[in-house]
Write a protein that binds this ligand. Structure first.
Ligand code: PLP
Length: 445
């Protein structure tokens, strides 16, 4: 009997014993294509020799030095690399150990920034429904997924949520993308006015929504309008690229495709590629300057921030991401995955939408394609698809509650950037078979 409190108690999990390239092998010798990089983490696959070597070299130097006593060359180097790659306007880096920590730090930075510049009344956070920003209290409060928040709601700080940009379900018939973006912008502005613009601190969003919506990108101009509104009201824009960042959507930062620069960006999963737990917040020089010229510190910190081995792994991951062939493969394989999904599932009566960017793709599962009616949540079609896929040697990332935290299902795919054409084709083939089999397992709507 396991002594671990697993995510689901009593679930029979295979034991992973080895990883190589895009595959994970279990103790019974079965191998699985990591079609979701776990949860969009393993961006360079498993056991990448260059990353392992970089970690070994760093271990031979120093494994840990507390950041209140020392900095390290490797952490400094990582920060330089990130700022080099980031759009102009993001100038400094705060290193943490994961996505939720990155979000907590970003929220606290926003709050402290306003305290430093004499606008201490700014405290409200506005985010979007159907978003996920992490599981710690502040990050969970910011996220807009009703199911994840429900039982913890009484202990969450108060936050406010507006509609996501979810064209498949929320764009009205006859409405243009431009008009839809404008409608959402109007809703955001109304919420700001309702709360009192001078009391709002930050608007938080994932550029391409991952876990809770399944690779849903914004319509054109949405983020441009959001940026304008934030600027007009002196509100900070925090973009959460924990899942969609670090090359996942075909550009190093997903926000590059939106033509805007936020005040704060969080990154994590693809930064460490699963080789080490690491995350980061990138911040503007205005925020940095406010801290520097104000109290002279950011009142935060964790024991493992700037961890040298995590920094060494991330530094090598970032170096590999920067190589032109890496981004080229994301685009090429992303197009192949999109085409493959459309060919195999486009006509399926149970697939309502196929979406995403780069190697970040989502498939929305429906009971009725015409009406977009979801499956009865009690049927847990997403869990069935996950199980069927695992039985076929495919890891994918299905989730329920796509529409409102309860109804709706999708499957997220986020394979490693080193993937090759025939492996993409195997993902499509296995996923299509898993969906067919899950649906065939006795469902009647
Ligand atoms: N933000 C987003 C967009 C995420 O997808 C996640 C995790 O899935 C997080 C934050 C939280 O990251 P972590 O699980 O590393 O704490």
């Amino acid at each position: 009997m396991s002594k671990i409190l697993h995510r689901t108690i009593g679930a029979s999990l295979p034991t992973a014993v080895a990883g190589e390239g895009i595959y994970i092998t279990d103790d019974r010798g079965r191998s699985y294509i990591d079609g979701s990089g776990g949860a969009a983490v393993s961006c360079l696959g498993h056991n990448h020799p260059e990353v392992l070597e970089a970690m070994k070299v760093q271990m031979g130097r120093i494994s840990y030095a507390h950041t209140s006593f020392f900095t390290t060359d490797v952490a400094e180097q990582l920060a330089e690399q990130l700022i080099d790659l980031a759009p102009s306007g993001l100038d400094y880096v705060y290193l943490v150990s994961g996505g939720s920590e990155a979000m907590e730090a970003a929220l606290k930075m926003a709050r402290q920034y306003f305290v430093e510049i004499g606008q201490a009344e700014r405290r409200h956070i506005i985010a979007r429904r159907q978003s996920y920003h992490g599981n710690t209290i502040g990050a969970l409060a910011t996220g807009g997924n009703a199911w994840r928040r429900a039982q913890f709601k009484p202990i969450l700080p108060e936050t406010y949520h507006v509609s996501p940009c979810y064209a498949y379900r929320d764009m009205q018939p006859g409405e243009t993308a431009e008009a839809y973006a404008e409608r959402l912008a109007t809703e955001l502005e109304a919420k700001i006015v309702e709360l009192g613009a001078e009391k709002v601190m930050a608007f938080v969003a994932e550029p391409v929504v991952g876990a809770t919506l399944g690779a849903v990108g914004p319509v054109a101009d949405y983020f441009k309008r959001v940026r304008q509104i934030c600027d007009n009201h002196g509100i900070l824009l925090i973009l959460d690229e924990v899942m969609c960042g670090m090359g996942r959507t075909g550009t190093i930062f997903a926000l590059e495709q939106e033509g805007i620069v936020p005040d704060l960006v969080t990154i994590a999963k693809g930064l460490g590629g699963g080789f080490q737990p690491i995350g980061a917040v990138l911040l503007s020089k205005e925020i940095y300057r406010a801290f520097k010229e104000g109290s002279g510190l950011f009142q935060h910190g964790h024991t493992y921030i700037g961890h040298p081995i995590a920094a060494a792994a991330a530094s090598k991951v970032v170096e590999i991401l920067k190589r032109p062939e890496t981004i080229a493969n994301i685009s090429r394989m992303g197009e192949r995955l999109d085409a493959g999904l459309n060919a195999a599932l486009g006509q399926s009566p149970y697939v309502g939408d196929i979406r995403g960017r780069g190697l970040f793709r989502g498939v929305e599962i429906v009971a009725d394609k015409d009406t977009k009616q979801p499956f009865d949540p009690a049927y847990k079609i997403h869990s069935k698809i996950k199980k069927e896929a695992m039985q076929r040697g495919l890891m994918c990332y299905p989730m329920g509650g796509t529409i409102d935290g309860v109804h709706g299902d999708h499957v997220l795919l986020a394979p490693p950037y080193i993937i090759q054409s025939e492996q993409i084709d195997m993902i499509v083939e296995r996923l299509a078979a898993a969906i067919d089999s899950a649906v065939a397992g006795g469902y009647s709507s």
